[in-house]
Design a binder for this molecule. Structure first.
Ligand SMILES: Nc1nc2c(c(=O)[nH]1)N[C@H]1C(S)=C(S)[C@@H](COP(=O)(O)OP(=O)(O)OC[C@H]3O[C@@H](n4cnc5c(=O)[nH]c(N)nc54)[C@H](O)[C@@H]3O)O[C@H]1N2
Ligand SMILES: Nc1nc2c(c(=O)[nH]1)N[C@H]1C(S)=C(S)[C@@H](COP(=O)(O)OP(=O)(O)OC[C@H]3O[C@@H](n4cnc5c(=O)[nH]c(N)nc54)[C@H](O)[C@@H]3O)O[C@H]1N2
Ligand SMILES: [Mo]
Length: 778
């Protein structure tokens, strides 16, 4: 039995390997609240869906590159590594010679695995940059809207997230948290890159112990654990902006707003006030106006506003609110509400974004930048906002707006994806399937036969983090972890780095890509370079690599426990201005207003989303689906692990619905149901609960997409919500992802024997007849 240290996006842990190769895991001893996701690791590691050998889609192998609607519908032919690498190198070379470097899409959005060196995207971007360039992608599905909006409003999006008021400050000073989207305990186990000490569950317990009141504004009661004293405001999804405006209106008309703070630290209040009181458009945004939109009674709205003004109040907005049409508005309106209260910059007051979205928001772990692999500049300046992937592939040459610029989609011929699963994460998967039919070639690096691998032409089997050595740690982590190799690579799987080094070798820049180092040599180099910098800056004194490696970890220096967002700015707005044009918080932005975008005006405003409860579209599809993050896995990762599998209902992903909605459809607990709208349909297992707002149903993301062959629009046999979501941007300002909401209808499955879930078996794999090597390689 050997025990090795490692880390993951859901926490640091130890791997115990029995002589026969059987693996068990145990959490890091310093972790007070280990993630339940850990339990998914052993089952996923050697699951039959692991990719054992390189494989090429039969039609591509036969006919060569070209658009094909057969992607995802053909068997694969397993080939030798040398053959697969020759094919990829030759195709990269052909595409750049015939169409130019911008014809290669290397945006490759997605999470992949923890590990600072073997980070799949960093490896791919370094490779493609040295290759001569590629079309990249910007921002994230997580925060695509806020990352574009916040610089206009507070100068720097990252600063808001990085410098968010700390949990110890909140538990000490805050009396009332108004939590739009709640503080879901299910999400805080995850932080990109790793987390050793999960702090948030303890902080939530401390909130309860301190008797901090929480106003939970969410369609789901489970967005807050049962501990703290809670008033539940079961808002209709997509309508928080109306509620926030009405709260701010109450503060305004009752004189509860802080005029001195607004004058000193913000700009645009008068414009916003004119919109709130109706002098701008004749419609006062009062509680009576908001109530029928958001589903919260007027007296509850007014009462909440008065309570907020009477005590130290933190307004928090989870990231989910901006992952929707007009997603800028609830973030901007939330900031305006906090500004009107005048508590921004006071301990325990003000605004927060993402408490309960990610484990590190509000954490006090290390602020150090960790070792990283240099990617080098991309010689091509083409990029897309990441959620525009289907538009990019479907509409080459078409123009679109992005953050005040007008851009044009390049013509993509080759898609190279390493780390990330677009056939899980993107909206309207039926449309994405059509988009993926367009390029000449799709290359995917993957450990598992995910839907994305199945929609590729050339599939390269990749090791998991347990099968290689690395350095691991996340934003605000407490430890840098020596990730030892725990088990041998699965089948013929290779590291992304090894694959790209072999391709670079074939394309003539092998030495530049590896700089002559082995992977272990890279770890030593990245670590020592980082340690030297820390010592030079006086920021820490890590041991030499060998000592670090044998100890298995190094304890990172942590930040002070107390931290208040915008404290310095509030103390001295003239001397410490924000990086906005006015130097202040912009409740009206002249820059945004000048863009004259109908879907993002110059101040926070109520824009009616096309899909919400009570709109015309709801007549045919009357239920509002919340497609939020799953509790039992990280997106699609670990869907074949034990926690995720044991949570399925009727063999499919569980959809939660209110007993009244179920009764109206003769759906019983545990029944197989079909969820559908005009974009697609999926099967799911019904789970009845009164802990959500009637009319709202919940189907989380990440069940592996399992389209029933021949269905168009697709019927997913397994329950991936993205067959139902719309591929529409949040706005023309940010072009962010809007996957959180969709209108749907549900019926009990009555179609006889239901289509089976097939995605937990590998696709049909053929063996290549002895294949001659291609004549020449570049
Ligand atoms: N409807 C709806 N859709 C959403 C969301 C939503 O709220 N609603 N949320 C969105 C959000 S916030 C996000 S971040 C995205 C997440 O979307 P993704 O990041 O695409 O999701 P993952 O399932 O984490 O995909 C990671 C993939 O990388 C693979 N992988 C792991 N390690 C390695 C490695 O070392 N090398 C390689 N080559 N591959 C590796 C895994 O097997 C997995 O297939 O989903 C988005 N989609
Ligand atoms: N276990 C687990 N944790 C994760 C992830 C995972 O896959 N699994 N993914 C991680 C990633 S990549 C990210 S970006 C973050 C995402 O963090 P978030 O985007 O904050 O997470 P979600 O779970 O999508 O949404 C949080 C809650 O918002 C509520 N909500 C949805 N729509 C509305 C609305 O219109 N109004 C209000 N008031 N509430 C609404 C939902 O009930 C939901 O549970 O989570 C991270 N944490
Ligand atoms: Mo995300």
């Amino acid at each position: 039995m050997t025990t090795t240290p490692t880390t993951s996006h859901w926490g640091a842990f130890r791997v115990r390997t029995a002589p026969g190769g059987a693996v068990t895991v145990e959490p890091h001893p310093a972790d007070p609240s280990p993630s339940p996701l850990l339990g998914g690791v052993p089952g996923a590691l050697h699951h039959p869906t692991r990719i054992a050998r390189p494989a090429v889609r039969a039609g591509w192998l036969e006919h060569g590159p070209g658009p094909s609607s057969r992607r995802g519908a053909e068997p694969f032919v397993e080939v030798e590594w040398e053959h697969a690498l020759d094919l990829v190198a030759a195709e990269l070379d052909r595409v750049r010679n015939e169409f130019g470097h911008q014809a290669v899409f290397g945006g490759s959005y997605g999470w992949a695995s923890a590990g600072r060196f073997h980070h799949a995207q960093s490896q791919l971007h370094r490779f493609l940059a040295q290759f001569g360039g590629y079309t990249g992608s910007r921002n994230s599905y997580s925060l695509g809207t806020s990352l574009v909006l916040l610089p206009h409003v507070v100068g720097d999006a990252e600063a808001v997230l990085r410098a968010s008021s700390s949990w110890p400050t909140i538990t000490r000073h805050t009396r009332l948290i108004v939590a739009f989207g709640g503080i879901p305990a299910k999400n805080v186990h995850v932080t990109p890159g790793g987390v050793t000490r999960h702090g948030t569950p303890g902080h939530l317990a401390a909130l309860a112990a301190a008797g901090v009141d929480i106003a939970l504004v969410s369609p789901l009661r489970d967005d807050l654990s049962d501990g703290p004293p809670t008033d539940w405001y079961p808002v209709a999804p997509g309508t928080d902006t109306a509620l926030m405006l009405a709260l701010t209106h109450t503060l305004l008309v009752e004189g509860l707003h802080d005029r001195a703070f607004l004058d000193r630290c913000t700009t645009g209040w008068d414009t916003l006030a004119g919109y709130l009181d109706g002098s701008a458009d004749g419609i006062p945004k009062d509680a009576d106006w908001a109530a029928p939109i958001c589903g919260i009674a007027p007296d509850r709205i007014r009462g909440l506003a008065r309570r907020m003004a009477a005590t130290r109040t933190l307004v928090t907005v989870t990231w989910s609110l901006q992952r929707a049409r007009y997603g800028e508005q609830p973030v901007w309106a939330g900031l305006a509400l906090a500004a009107a209260l005048g508590q921004i910059g006071l301990p325990g007051g003000g605004f927060g974004h993402g408490y309960g979205s990610m484990g590190d928001v509000g954490d006090t772990g290390s602020a150090l930048r960790l070792p990283f692999l240099p990617q080098g500049p991309n010689p091509v300046d083409e990029f897309i906002p990441c959620a525009r992937i289907a538009d990019l592939l479907l509409h080459p040459g078409e123009e679109y707006d992005y953050d005040g610029t007008r851009r044009r989609y390049p013509d993509i011929r080759l898609v190279h994806w390493a780390g990330g699963n677009p056939f899980h994460h993107h909206q309207d998967l039926g449309r994405l399937r059509r988009a993926f039919a367009r390029p000449d070639t799709v290359v995917v690096h993957e450990p598992h036969w995910t839907a994305t691998a199945r929609h590729a032409d050339i599939v390269l089997p990749i090791t998991t983090a347990l099968e290689r050595e690395d350095l691991g740690g996340g934003r605000r982590d407490t430890h840098l972890i020596a990730m030892h190799r725990a088990v041998a690579p699965y089948g013929e799987a290779r590291d992304d780095h090894a694959v790209l080094a072999a391709l670079a070798e074939r394309l003539g820049f092998g030495a530049e890509f590896t700089e002559g180092r082995t992977p272990r040599g890279w770890l030593v180099h990245l670590y020592e370079e980082w340690a030297d910098r820390l010592r030079a800056d006086g920021a820490g004194d890590p041991p030499p690599f060998r000592a670090f490696w044998s100890a298995g970890e190094w304890r990172l220096p942590e930040q002070a426990a107390e931290r208040t967002l915008f404290e310095e700015f509030r103390a001295d707005p003239e001397g410490r201005p924000l990086a906005t044009p006015s130097g202040r918080i912009e409740l009206h932005s002249a820059t945004v207003a000048a863009l004259a975008l109908p879907d993002c005006p110059g101040h926070p405003a109520w824009l009616d989303p096309p899909e919400r409860l009570g709109t015309a579209a709801a007549e045919r599809h009357p239920l509002l689906l919340v497609a939020n993050q799953p509790a039992t896995r990280l997106h699609s990762q670990l869907d074949v692990g034990a926690p995720s599998l044991s949570d399925k209902v009727a063999g499919r992903e569980a959809v939660e619905l209110h007993p009244a909605d179920a009764a109206a459809r003769a759906v019983g607990d545990g029944d197989l149901v079909r969820i559908f709208n005009d974009r697609g349909a999926c099967l799911a297992g019904a789970r009845l609960t009164d802990r959500l707002r009637p009319g709202v149903v919940r189907l989380p993301t990440g069940a592996w997409f399992d389209p029933v062959p021949g269905t168009e629009p697709p019927l997913c046999a397994h329950g991936n919500p993205n067959v139902l979501t719309a591929d529409e941007p949040s706005s023309r300002l940010s072009q962010g992802c809007t996957g959180q909401h969709a209108l749907v209808e549900i019926e009990r499955w009555s179609g006889g024997e239901p289509p089976p879930v097939t995605v937990r078996h590998p696709p049909v794999l053929l063996t290549a007849p002895a294949m001659p090597a291609p004549e020449s390689t570049p």
